[in-house]
Design a binder for this molecule. Structure first.
Ligand SMILES: *[C@@H]1O[C@H](CO)[C@@H](O)[C@H](O)[C@H]1NC(C)=O
Ligand SMILES: *[C@@H]1O[C@H](CO)[C@@H](O)[C@H](O)[C@H]1NC(C)=O
Ligand SMILES: [Zn+2]
Length: 514
C-alpha cells in the first residue's frame, strides 16, 4: 500500500478508536470497551516506514565488533530464557557470545527465504543433551557455538539441549569425549522428526472438518488461516458470548486476532492469554485454541469460576514467524521484520517488551535468536499487545503466555534474579496449577521465578504484564522435557492441552476466591 493509502487507513482507524463509546462494562458481542486513552498506531507506522524504506540506513547500522576470540571465552554461563539458551562470556553479562557478526548460516537462511523460499533442510542434524555442570564444558560449548557448529535449544541449570550440525557431529563428539563429557543423542535425524511431526489428516478427519464449519482440529498443527477461520466461526456461531477483534497487524500485515469469551457480567474479572510469541513453539497456539474451543463450545456447562471471567485469547502473537516455520524454516523463533542488517532479520518478541528492556539475557545483535529489537516495543506485534492491554477497560487479573518447551511454570522477574513482593502468592497458585496438571495428565512442571529456575532474560512479556499491575503473570513452558523438544508430534496436542486446561481451571478458581 502507498504511504498515503496507509495514512488514510490509519486516520480512519484513529477516528474509529476516538469515537468508540467508553463503557464501563462489557457488552457481549458489541464494542470492546477501552480506557479513556487512545493508542498511537502512528508510531508503529513510522517505525515500519523506517525499517522498510530506508535501506541505506539499515546497511550502515553498526554491529557489535567481533571481539570475542576463543581465548576470551574462558568461562561461559549457559543462559536460558524459557528454554532458549545463550552461551555467554562470564565477564560481560550483557554481551552474549552470540553477539558476533552475522554468520554464514544465518545469511544462507535469509537468502533462501527471500529468494527461493526453499525449505531449510535439517537432514543429518542431531539434538544432544549435554550436562553443563563443569566450567570446562561450558567453555567448550561456548567455543563450539562461536564457530557455529552447535545451536542451543533448551536447557536448565544443569543440562543443555544442543542442535548439532551434520558437518560438526564428528568434531563435537570428539571434543566432548576428550573432556570426558557424557552426552545423550536425543534426536538422531532432525529432518526425519520434522517430516514425521505433522502428518496430513486422514479422510474421516477431513470430513469432520467439513461438517463442523471450520477447519481446526487438535490432531494437527494448523496454518494461520485455519486458526483465524476457527475464531471467526466461533464469533459468528456464539455471538452472545464470543467476539473477535483485530488488535493490530504483524510486520507483514497479518491480523493479530484476539477472541473474547464473556457473558458480560460487570463483576467479571479479566484474564489475558497468548501463545505463539515464538514461532517454532507450535504446541502453544494449539493449546490456546483448545482452551478457546472448550470454553466457547461448552460455555453453559462451565463452572461459575470460568463464567465469572472475561477471557481474552491471542493464540498467535507472531503470525509472520508462525507461517515462516510452516513454509520455510521449522525452527525459526523470531518475527520477520528486517532488523538493521542485510544479513539477518527478526526480533525476539519476548525480549522486546518494555520492562527493563535491554538488560541481561537479551542481545543487541540482529543475527542473534534473542535479538531484543532497536528499542522497547519496536515491533508491531509486541506493541499491539501492550497497547491493547493498556487501553482495554478490562482489569486484567492474570496474564498467561504459553511457550515450549521444558515443563516450567514461571513467574517474574525474568530480567534479573529477583522476585516481586507478592511472589509467594504467585508461587502458591503456580504450585496448585502444577499439581493439578500432574494429577490430570501426569506431566511434572517445575514452578519458580524465571530468573531463579532458569536464567535472567529481560524484555519478556510476563515481566511487562506484572509491572502493569497484573498480579498473576506466568510464562508456561509446555511439554516436553526434551525428548522431542520443539518438534512435538501431533499425538501430544490433546493430552498437553487437556492437562493445561485443568491447570487453567485452577487459576480461574483461585481468581474467584481472591
Ligand atoms: C534439568 O534438565 C534435566 C535434563 O532434562 C532434568 O533431568 C532435570 O530434572 C532438570 N532440572 C530442573 C530443575 O528442571
Ligand atoms: C574441530 O574443529 C576445529 C576447527 O574447526 C579444530 O581446531 C579441532 O581440532 C577439531 N577437533 C577435532 C577433535 O577434530
Ligand atoms: Zn518461547
Amino acid at each position: 500500500m502507498e504511504p498515503w493509502g496507509r495514512l488514510v487507513v490509519l486516520a480512519v482507524a484513529i477516528t474509529a478508536v476516538v469515537s468508540s463509546p467508553l463503557a464501563n462494562k462489557l457488552q457481549p458481542g458489541k464494542e470492546w470497551p477501552t480506557r479513556n486513552s487512545v493508542q498511537q498506531p502512528q508510531d508503529v507506522w513510522l517505525q515500519l516506514q523506517t525499517s522498510t524504506t530506508d535501506a541505506s540506513d539499515l546497511s550502515t547500522t553498526e554491529l557489535p565488533p567481533e571481539e570475542q576470540t576463543d581465548a576470551a571465552i574462558e568461562a561461559i554461563e549457559v543462559t536460558t530464557e524459557e528454554n532458549n539458551v545463550i552461551l555467554r562470556t562470564s565477564d560481560s553479562e550483557n554481551d552474549p557470545l552470540e553477539a558476533v557478526v552475522p554468520t554464514e548460516e544465518s545469511n544462507d537462511i535469509l537468502v533462501k527465504s527471500l529468494e527461493e523460499s526453499e525449505k531449510v533442510d535439517y537432514s543429518g542434524a542431531q539434538v544432544w543433551k549435554v550436562p553443563t555442570s563443569s566450567s570446562k564444558v561450558r567453555s567448550l560449548l561456548g567455543n563450539l557455538r562461536s564457530r557455529n557448529m552447535i545451536s542451543p535449544w533448551g536447557g536448565n541449570h544443569s543440562y543443555i539441549d544442543l542442535l548439532v550440525k551434520p558437518e560438526a557431529i564428528n568434531n563435537v563428539s570428539q571434543e566432548l569425549r576428550k573432556q570426558s563429557v557424557p552426552f545423550d543423542v536425543i534426536i538422531v535425524d532432525l529432518q526425519k522428526r520434522i517430516d514425521e511431526e505433522n502428518p496430513p489428516l486422514d479422510e474421516n478427519e477431513i470430513e469432520l472438518q467439513d461438517r463442523q464449519g471450520h477447519r481446526m482440529t487438535w490432531k494437527q498443527y494448523h496454518r494461520l488461516t485455519d486458526i483465524h477461520g476457527f475464531m471467526d466461526y466461533l464469533a459468528k456461531t456464539y455471538p452472545r458470548i464470543v467476539s473477535v477483534n483485530t488488535i493490530g497487524k504483524s510486520f507483514l500485515g497479518r491480523d493479530l486476532k484476539v477472541l473474547r469469551i464473556s457473558d458480560g457480567k460487570p463483576t467479571n474479572k479479566a484474564v489475558f492469554i497468548d501463545g505463539g510469541i515464538h514461532a517454532r513453539e507450535w504446541i502453544s497456539p494449539a493449546t490456546v485454541t483448545f482452551f478457546i474451543n472448550q470454553f466457547a463450545e461448552n460455555f453453559d456447562e462451565e463452572s461459575d469460576d470460568v463464567k465469572n471471567i472475561d477471557w481474552y485469547f491471542l493464540p498467535v502473537v507472531n503470525p509472520d514467524g508462525y507461517e515462516y516455520t510452516h513454509q520455510v524454516d521449522r525452527l525459526w523463533r523470531k518475527n520477520r521484520r528486517p532488523a538493521g542488517t542485510r544479513q539477518c532479520l527478526g526480533t525476539d518478541l519476548n525480549r522486546n517488551f518494555g520492562h527493563h528492556w535491554g538488560g541481561k539475557g537479551s542481545s543487541g545483535n540482529p543475527c542473534s535468536d534473542i535479538y531484543r529489537g532497536s528499542k522497547a516495543f519496536s515491533e508491531p506485534e509486541s506493541k499491539a499487545v501492550s497497547d491493547f492491554i493498556l487501553n482495554s477497560a478490562a482489569e486484567f487479573k492474570a496474564y498467561l503466555t504459553y511457550h515450549s518447551y521444558g515443563q516450567y511454570l514461571l513467574y517474574p522477574w525474568g530480567y534479573d534474579d529477583a522476585v516481586p513482593p507478592d511472589y509467594k502468592d504467585l508461587d502458591i497458585v503456580g504450585k496448585e496449577i502444577a499439581q493439578e496438571i500432574q494429577r490430570v495428565g501426569g506431566s511434572k512442571y517445575t514452578v519458580g521465578s524465571s530468573s531463579g529456575v532458569l536464567y535472567p532474560a529481560s524484555g519478556g512479556s510476563d515481566d511487562w504484564a506484572k509491572a502493569q499491575g497484573i498480579k498473576y503473570s506466568y510464562t508456561i513452558e509446555l511439554s516436553d522435557t526434551g525428548r522431542y523438544g520443539f518438534i512435538l508430534p501431533t499425538s501430544f496436542i490433546e493430552p498437553v492441552a487437556k492437562e493445561s486446561l485443568a491447570g487453567l481451571r485452577v487459576l480461574a478458581r483461585k481468581l474467584n476466591e481472591a
